[in-house]
Design a protein around this ligand. Structure first.
Ligand code: NAD
Ligand code: MG
Length: 398
């Protein structure tokens, strides 16, 4: 059986965030344990994790892998797979915090399921908030309609962000007097590997070049989203829902060193920022220990070694995805779900060398233009739209 303390259900335990989340459990064995773990296809690593953390339940996407795990662990582990297996593990496991580190829209239903059970969610899967922010707001605040004024309430602490920028904003708000006292927030962006690339060179960018992020080491999908700056657009939508701030009070600033993780300006003109080396261990751990801070040893920030910190405006002509995404956020309703689905398929096509780098934005824009956004939407409606858009884009380009 899994150990004591706060029981975690870690979805995406074999991914970049999931592996760092396991480090957090390793650091504080008496404080955190893994009650459940879920992975897509890396059955080898999942088996190692089961041996090390003894979760009572696991999920693995395909049946063959699930049978292999059952063969190894027998009655000791509850094994879920396929279809609605992810939702079932979220609904049936005994845990305190769902740590959602799945990639893409696949993370949305599990987030809603955990919140519906009254569980806290430590959220890395920003796509949940991008495609279904209003649904999530309705689950967290059942007495409010999804169209309630945006400044009424934030989603903290039902959802605690793992994304470094949102963790930084939370830390600043925590120190500075909360959302009530905040005038605006500034989400920083590294600008990705192509910040200085001339616009006419973008069409020839290869997946290998786009996967070579200058400051962060992450999963493939988010690394491409960082190269197109779609990721920053997603993060603006994420911040809007998480902190209940209107889009006019959320800014984006390019900061190539990725040391200042984001900033909050308060009503009295004070600006607070959270600084640190680019490392996800802190935001992951803070989401699990909030509002407490727990120690992490290792490399420390030395500003004089870094020398200077730069801040620039994003270049909209080179990174059309940023504006497309923020505009879709402002439109609201189903628009962000369309952007996300088109982007997921386009990123996959790009990684498989079926389309070029600049086609990602074109595909997303085409899908958005062909879509009539609808306002009031349920989880099923969102997932239907997600499926429709995926199928349409795949049909056109495969
Ligand atoms: P990743 O690709 O490294 O890992 C994804 C994990 O999800 C893997 O364990 C994979 O097996 C699992 N998975 C994927 N599809 C699945 C499915 N259908 N069913 C079950 N499991 C499935 O991705 P990542 O970089 O760890 O990112 C995870 C999430 O965190 C994304 O939403 C990303 O935007 C966000 N995020 C990541 C970072 C980072 O530094 N990596 C930073 C901020 C936010
Ligand atoms: Mg981020």
């Amino acid at each position: 059986m899994s150990g004591g303390g706060t029981k975690l259900l870690i979805l995406g335990s074999t991914g970049s965030i999931g592996r760092s989340a396991c480090n957090c459990v390793r650091r504080f064995r008496e404080r955190f344990s893994a009650a459940g773990m879920a992975a897509g296809s890396n059955v080898g690593l999942l088996v190692e994790q089961i041996r090390e953390f003894s979760p009572s339940s696991i999920y693995i996407a395909d049946r063959e892998n699930a049978d292999a795990v059952k063969g190894l662990f027998g009655e000791k582990v509850n094994v879920y797979c396929g279809g609605n297996g992810l939702e079932r593990i979220v609904n049936e496991t005994d845990y305190d915090i769902l740590l959602n580190a799945l990639v893409g829209a696949a993370g949305f239903r599990p987030t809603v399921a955990a919140l519906s059970r009254g569980k806290r969610v430590a959220l890395a899967n920003k796509e949940s908030l991008v495609i279904g922010g209003d649904c999530i707001r309705a689950v967290v605040n059942p007495n409010k309609k999804p169209s309630a004024p945006i400044d009424e309430t934030s989603l903290i602490p039902s959802l605690l962000p793992i994304d470094s920028e949102h963790s930084a904003i939370l830390q600043c708000l925590q120190a500075g007097g909360g959302v009530e006292a905040a005038e605006s927030i500034t989400v920083t962006a590294s600008g990705g590997p192509f910040r200085n690339l001339p616009k006419d060179s973008f069409a020839a960018v290869t997946p290998e070049q786009a996967l070579n992020h200058p400051t962060w080491s992450m999963g493939k999908k988010i690394t491409i989203d960082s190269a197109t700056m779609m990721n920053k657009g997603f993060e603006v939508i994420e911040a809007h829902h998480l902190f209940s701030l209107p889009y006019e009070r959320i800014r984006v600033c390019v900061h190539p060193q990725s040391i200042v993780h984001s900033l909050v300006e308060f009503h009295d003109g004070a600006v607070m920022a959270q600084l640190g080396l680019p490392d996800m261990e802190l935001p992951i751990q803070y989401a699990l220990s909030w509002p407490q801070r727990l120690p992490i040893s290792g490399k420390r920030l030395n500003l004089s070694n870094i020398g200077s910190l730069d801040f620039l405006e994003p270049a909209p002509d080179k990174f059309p995805c940023l504006k497309l995404c923020i505009d879709a956020g402002k439109t609201g309703g189903t628009a962000p779900a369309v952007i996300n689905a088109a982007n997921e398929v386009a990123v996959d096509l790009f990684l498989n060398k079926k389309i070029g780098f600049t086609d990602i934005a074109k595909i997303v824009e085409t899908e958005l233009n062909e879509h009539n956004p609808v306002k009031a939407i349920s989880v099923n409606d969102i997932m239907d739209i997600d499926k429709d858009v995926r199928e349409r884009v795949a049909r056109k380009y495969r």
